[in-house]
Design a protein around this ligand. Structure first.
Ligand code: FE2
Length: 179
């Protein structure tokens, strides 16, 4: 599988959306691979991590996120499951699940219902070690500003804490596991 070839089907390589997507995705990919290599006792699949990390945000073009030069109809939060649908249709359902489950530290069905989020009512929680590593690595990089700057652990913690205690607990479990 060639993740860049798949991305190029939906993003013109000279477009700003492509530049933002690739800059972000490469940063997340590098971080995810570093975490994976540090944790080889967990036996992570490095090839899969590289491919799926590059693809994890492929769905953003279908959302309305003008700051990212994306002018679709869906709310930004939908980019995960939209990316999953796309990548699954292309024949890569396991990569699709990385797209679908990487948002925040995962989102439960209960959170979707309680907060009335614009998502299908099911659990979006990273399950495999590869899904967890990519979601974790993603939290260290913004797409909206300073694309290449890795956030400090405290900055990530602060942003996660805005989403409630259950999210903090999930994030701290990853810190414990991966750092
Ligand atoms: Fe991301």
């Amino acid at each position: 599988m060639d993740p860049l070839a798949l991305i190029s089907k939906y993003y013109h390589p000279k477009s700003k959306a492509y530049q933002i997507l690739l800059t972000h995705s490469r940063a997340v990919c590098d971080k995810a691979l570093k975490i994976a290599m540090k944790n080889n006792q967990l036996n992570p699949d490095l090839t899969f991590i590289e491919e799926a990390a590059l693809l994890h945000d492929i769905g953003i073009f279908m959302t309305n996120a003008p700051d990212l030069y994306c002018f679709g109809d869906y709310p930004y939060l939908a980019h995960g499951y939209l990316g999953c649908d796309l990548v699954t249709k292309l024949g890569y359902p396991e990569h699709g699940l990385v797209c679908e489950r990487h948002t925040g530290v995962g989102i439960t069905k209960d959170e979707i219902v309680a907060k009335n989020l614009p998502l299908p009512q099911r659990d979006f929680i990273p399950e495999t070690v590869e899904e967890q590593i990519i979601a974790f690595a993603d939290k260290f990089y913004s797409k909206s500003k300073d694309l290449c700057r890795e956030k400090t652990l405290n900055e990530v913690r602060r942003s996660i804490s805005k989403f409630g205690q259950a999210n903090v607990v999930r994030f701290e479990a990853w810190c414990e596991l991966f750092l």
